[in-house]
Design a protein around this ligand. Structure first.
Ligand SMILES: [Fe+2]
Length: 296
């Protein structure tokens, strides 16, 4: 009988431990697993040691079932746990310049080494510094409860934030072994929406060439419309279509081409297609297209 009591005590302790664990994970108390564990606590508490063999077997199979449920919870939790527990996040003011995924001279002859070096180490770095400063100043504003400069710092946040994020995409959107055309699902979506890859390329090139002043041409996926789109962004953040995810970004600020192409942005845009990293765009599209909102 004491063995029986030990077993019940073990089961009870395990059950309570699992409930404490779920509580620490912020699992809602009406979640299926929580309800099951809670019901089982009640069952054990009512036991008086007078179980026949059939009742004991039923209890054991219920314990096995709970073990399975908990195991399933842990295997489902793995990716979520990875995101919430192990995935690094950037605290306010903690941004840094991402390394270029190839050498400064790797995109020659299409983009000269000097441009790449300046563009990455000076221009991109200044967006990183500006974003960090804006985030820190907004953090200070929150701490002090003083928001009289919030318009200024919000503008800086959008300007330098867009600059940092778009350049981070832009570097990976290019590769020394780029060019050609995409394949797979991205090509399918391009053909479906733009008619053909050639029509898409023409539209994207024209959008880039005709950006008023400085800015970007950006291929985006709209999770709500569920189709691709080509946008022009004047500077970094004007005309931005929110609720979209950049897939492919082309920098048409003068600093991206002027030293080499002077005012001939068109040649730069035309040549840029030789270094597009479609593998990177495909990966971005694969991930971005998993995000879907209710269409309207
Ligand atoms: Fe740039």
């Amino acid at each position: 009988m004491s063995k029986f009591h030990d077993y019940i005590k073990d089961v009870f302790n395990w059950n309570e431990e699992m409930k404490r664990f779920l509580e620490s994970e912020d699992v809602e108390k009406d979640a299926e697993l929580w309800v099951k564990l809670d019901k089982f606590s009640g069952v054990i508490e009512k036991l008086d040691g007078q179980l026949d063999i059939e009742e004991l077997n039923a209890l054991q199979s219920r314990v096995d079932e709970l073990h399975n449920d908990v195991e399933q919870y842990f295997s489902r939790r793995q990716p979520v746990g990875h995101i919430y527990i192990n995935e690094p996040f950037i605290p306010a003011g903690g941004h840094s310049l991402p390394p270029l995924p190839y050498g400064y001279d790797s995109l020659e002859p299409y983009i000269a080494e000097e441009i790449m070096r300046l563009h990455h180490t000076k221009h991109h770095q200044s967006y990183v510094d500006g974003l960090n400063r804006a985030e820190e100043m907004l953090k200070k504003a929150r701490q002090d409860g003083d928001f009289k400069l919030v318009k200024h710092w919000s503008r800086e946040l959008a300007f330098h934030g867009s600059g940092h994020y778009l350049h981070t995409i832009f570097w990976n959107n290019m590769s020394p072994s780029g060019g050609g055309k995409p394949s797979g699902a991205l090509l399918g979506e391009i053909e479906k929406y733009f008619g053909s890859f050639e029509q898409f390329k023409k539209h994207f090139s024209e959008a880039a060439k005709q950006v008023e002043g400085v800015g970007w041409a950006i291929l985006v996926w709209s999770p709500r419309s569920r189709h691709l789109e080509i946008l022009q962004s004047e500077r970094h953040m004007l005309l931005t279509q929110w609720d979209t995810i950049p897939i492919l970004a082309l920098d048409v600020w003068e600093h991206a081409y002027y030293l080499q192409y002077k005012n001939n942005r068109a040649d730069y845009v035309n040549n840029w297609w030789n270094i597009v990293n479609w593998k990177d765009a495909e990966e971005r599209f694969q991930k971005a297209s998993q995000l879907k909102w209710k269409p309207f």
